[in-house]
Design a protein around this ligand. Structure first.
Ligand code: PPE
Length: 308
């Protein structure tokens, strides 16, 4: 990872090398943390953070689901992001807020531990490669099931949950694929290891509904709204793996992955990126880079610029 100058940690900007935690931290032992992934883009009007408020609101929801009280409000965390963006001076970056039970007591119960909060920022290029963005990637349906709603609340973007994703992508990459697609315990399509799945069939776009053990993706919400505004029929429903194999187009989306086409699933050829995927990818990239007025409301600018 490319190091940058500062990290925001518990209310202060500290040098990158000094943003450390004790090995006794609860979050390290039990995965008891929540985090976000946010992208800031270089636009004609300066650096814009895509849907910053929604990301921080989801962080707050994730914390609530872990019985964790965040010591900072959404507004304070947004200000912290802007302070960090200003301090590191990168026109584009990925922002990673994380809150976790820190050093105090060990033992699974989280009581008695402070909640530590940090925000990192660094340049992060395409998640699944430039070639993947253009030509699509190969994905494998994982033998690992996505954590179910009564295992860990899947609406929480919790650090511990990502062992599930790590196993899935690890298996897929070892088998020669680029990404994993996880199914729910009862066999429906859930998420990629770090993305939401969409399929296109006969002009209709479908994506798993929010009860299918998926993260309530902010990019998912964005793509749904863009697709509907462009006049596509879009359904949120239970999907099975056959829907992937027989689809006209499959793609995945997420903050890191943006909109990435999938050209093959389990050695079944879906095909090169199709027209719907290409149109949505272009609309998404135009929106986040500030090149589209139509969905400009999702770009948030540094407070001083907005007031100016
Ligand atoms: N599902 C999962 C499991 C997931 O991790 C993400 C984001 C999404 C869906 C899409 O959510 P959203 O970003 O709100 O559209 N994954 C983040 C972490 C990636 C990582 O490797 O770390 C991300 O895209 O930033």
């Amino acid at each position: 990872m490319q190091e940058t100058s500062k990290i925001w940690m518990n209310g202060e900007l500290v040098d990158w090398a000094d943003a450390t935690v004790h090995v006794g931290a609860h979050g390290l032992h039990y995965g008891s943390g929540v985090f976000e992934g946010i992208r800031a883009y270089d636009t004609e009007r300066g650096t814009a953070v895509f849907r910053l408020t929604e990301h921080m609101a989801r962080l707050e929801n994730s914390a609530k689901l872990l019985y964790m009280e965040l010591p900072y409000s959404v507004e304070e965390l947004k200000t912290a992001c802007w302070d960090l963006v200003g301090a590191n001076g990168l026109p584009e970056c990925y922002l990673r807020p994380i809150a976790f039970f820190g050093y105090g007591e060990l033992g699974v119960g989280s009581q008695g531990n402070p909640v530590d909060v940090a925000i990192m920022s660094w340049p992060w290029g395409t998640y699944l490669g430039e070639d993947g963005m253009t030509n699509g990637i190969r994905a494998k349906v994982s033998s690992w099931q996505r954590v179910g709603p009564n295992v860990i609340p899947h609406a929480a973007k919790a650090t511990g949950v990502y062992v599930n994703s790590m196993l899935a992508i690890g298996e897929a990459v070892r088998a020669g694929y680029e990404e994993a697609i996880l199914l729910t315990h009862d066999g429906y399509i859930a998420d990629g290891s770090g993305e939401t799945i969409f399929v296109v069939k006969d002009g209709v776009i479908a994506t798993p509904d929010l009860s299918a053990s998926i993260l309530p993706g902010i990019t998912r919400d964005t793509v749904i709204q863009i697709a509907q505004d462009l006049g596509y029929q879009l359904v949120q429903k239970q999907l099975i793996r056959t829907d992937l194999y027989l689809a006209d187009e499959v793609f995945m989306c997420g903050t890191a992955a943006e909109v990435t086409p999938i050209r093959e699933v389990d050695d079944q050829v879906v095909g090169p990126p199709g027209p719907v995927t290409v149109e949505l990818q272009q609309a998404y990239l135009d929106t986040v880079h500030g090149r589209s007025e139509r969905w400009a409301q999702w770009l948030e600018y540094a407070p001083s610029r907005t007031e100016a």
